[in-house]
Design a protein around this ligand. Sequence first.
Ligand code: ATP
Ligand code: MG
Length: 285
Amino acid sequence: MVFRPKVLVLTLVSLTFVRFRSLLRCLIRRTICRNILVAGEMSHLVEHGFQLMKQGAEAKLYSGVYLEKPAIVKERFSKAYRHSILDSTITKERTKSEAKALLKSQLCDIRTPTLYFVDYQNGRIYMEHVLNSVTVKEYIVDINNKTDENNEDDGYMTLLKRLTDKIGTVLAMMHRNNIIHGDLTTSNMLLAKPEELDPKEYDGPDNGEIVMLDFGLSRVDNSAEDKGVDLYVLERALISTHSTLPHMFENILQVYQAQNKGQSKDVLIKLEEIRLRGRKRTMVG
Ligand SMILES: Nc1ncnc2c1ncn2[C@@H]1O[C@H](COP(=O)(O)OP(=O)(O)OP(=O)(O)O)[C@@H](O)[C@H]1O
Ligand SMILES: [Mg+2]
């Protein structure tokens, strides 16, 4: 057979062209399908009586009814600034982490919304709508507003102490079971009617129980370092959101220590190290 470089080059060029064309066609088809699908899915949720309730930093929350129960659908939306493949991987990972943590928490008697259904393809989690609830952030702001700044009366301090006792107890339970939340803030905790209580007997969040939310960044790990980081994230969140209440974190830590005697020593040593690293970073700039 005679070797013809011209034929070889022509073949290579045409092969590349065909590949490029099919790749382009595939991309166009995927984009069109995606848009049709998104429009279809939106109407699907709305058609089923769900209404947009809130839009958080990473998800839209719809409220409605699922299996005849008040439900929330948390739908993680795609971020235009992320590459589409990376975006869908992150969305799937976070959806999976959240679903897993909701199940594990329930097994460990940590109050979280009951998980109803997971739709990985669309990054959606169907869960219990925790009725009769306010976020811990809203609750603190509310009781803070009701109190005169110069008159930190006993009632107010009692409410705060009771709240931080509850938070410390739940965090100790989570960490004893090696659940690292990953994003501990007062917006990711609800104060809600205790499950066993009749709604008529519930007289408000002062007597509520803590319900943990938003487990997209969670994982199961027994490392003291990760637990220390979890506490540090909460400390920073409290400083930035509730700066007038400096004792909250101290109280939470006291209860955490008391309820997590086996592990808390190592975790608190790590917390101190993490704080030092944080301070050094701030000083260096
Ligand atoms: N199951 C639920 N029952 C009642 N309220 C809920 C439930 N899930 C979420 N919420 C409300 O929606 C808010 C946002 O939910 P979530 O934190 O899971 O989403 P997010 O996108 O991470 O929001 P953010 O960026 O504000 O943290 C919560 O602070 C809470 O007020
Ligand atoms: Mg949140």
